[in-house]
Design a protein around this ligand. Structure first.
Ligand code: SF4
Length: 279
């Protein structure tokens, strides 16, 4: 793959921004990871949570008016499965970017001279990145662990994300994180939405869909991204989930510099319409 970590050399020479998905807390400690990434040569470190917030707004707009089944498209494992095995559902996938692509578009606007590098919990994100003009490279969690071992740097607990920090979307890597954070309860009845994690169970639904369901929030991996194949941790899912919830609690109390917060007007003018679904 052209955009994989093996085509990068560290410490990075070119100005680069690292985009971290909030599942990182399962494998890496916060806030140390920020200074560790800066030690690898990243000039900026941002979190995907602001991209997730922007995507939630788009989902809300679509679901407000949709009449037939709509399937979340934030997980490329689901998108690729539908493309290859269930093409009849392709039209039901929400035609909106994933938080990774949304955040990459925002980074391109704010840091136009930087390379955009996504730190990934899975290989499917690498496929999505290969199909995108917005993400330059991906490094998975296993690769990052090895890189950090090789390029040790003194940890610094005082660094914060450079940009786009948002609290409640930190639960996005948990199964149902999108449904819980997109404020859909006011437009969908409880029995019109369904959260399914694990591709076997998703396929069971697709084989025998429930006609009542208008929105499917689905993840390829069991537990959501915390169960991603490139995660190093061998902890049971329940403990991985605990780590994400602890991180959310921490974020609620944390003092974040005003200039680091994600502000909707920073994404003004960006279209979050997805190209990936048609590729
Ligand atoms: S659920 Fe699994 S396949 Fe889907 S984006 Fe998350 S880690 Fe990747």
């Amino acid at each position: 793959m052209k955009k994989s970590a093996e085509n990068l050399s560290f410490p990075l020479k070119e100005k680069s921004v690292a985009m971290l998905a909030p599942s990182f807390v399962v494998d890496f400690s916060y806030p140390n990871i920020i200074s560790q990434l800066k030690g690898l040569g990243f000039d900026k470190v941002v979190e995907l949570t602001f991209g997730a917030k922007m995507i939630n707004r788009e989902y809300h707009k679509i679901l407000e008016h949709s009449k037939e089944l709509v399937i979340s498209s934030v997980c490329p494992g689901i998108v690729e499965t539908i493309k290859s095995k269930y093409p009849q559902y392709r039209k039901n996938l929400i035609p909106i970017d994933s938080p990774m692509i949304a955040m990459a578009k925002i980074c391109r606007k704010i840091y136009p001279k930087h390379k955009v590098i996504f730190i990934s919990p899975c290989n499917f994100k690498k496929i999505e990145a290969e199909n995108s003009d917005y993400v330059d490279y991906t490094i998975d969690y296993k690769e990052l662990k090895n890189l950090l071992k090789k390029h040790k740097k003194k940890k610094n607990n005082s660094e914060t994300f450079d940009k786009f920090y948002n609290d409640y979307t930190k639960i996005y890597p948990l199964a149902g994180g999108l449904y819980k954070t997109a404020h859909l309860k006011n437009i969908l009845k409880d029995d019109e939405a369904m959260v399914i994690d694990g591709i076997d169970r998703v396929m069971e639904f697709l084989d025998n869909p429930d006609p009542k369901i208008k929105f499917l929030d689905v993840n390829f991996c069991k537990g959501g991204c915390i169960g991603g194949p490139c995660i190093n941790s061998k902890l049971p899912l329940i403990l991985k989930k605990k780590k994400v919830l602890h991180y959310l609690k921490l974020a609620e109390k944390e003092k974040i510099p005003e200039e680091s917060k994600g502000i909707i007007k920073e994404a003004k003018g960006i279209s979050f319409k997805s190209d990936y679904l048609n590729k």
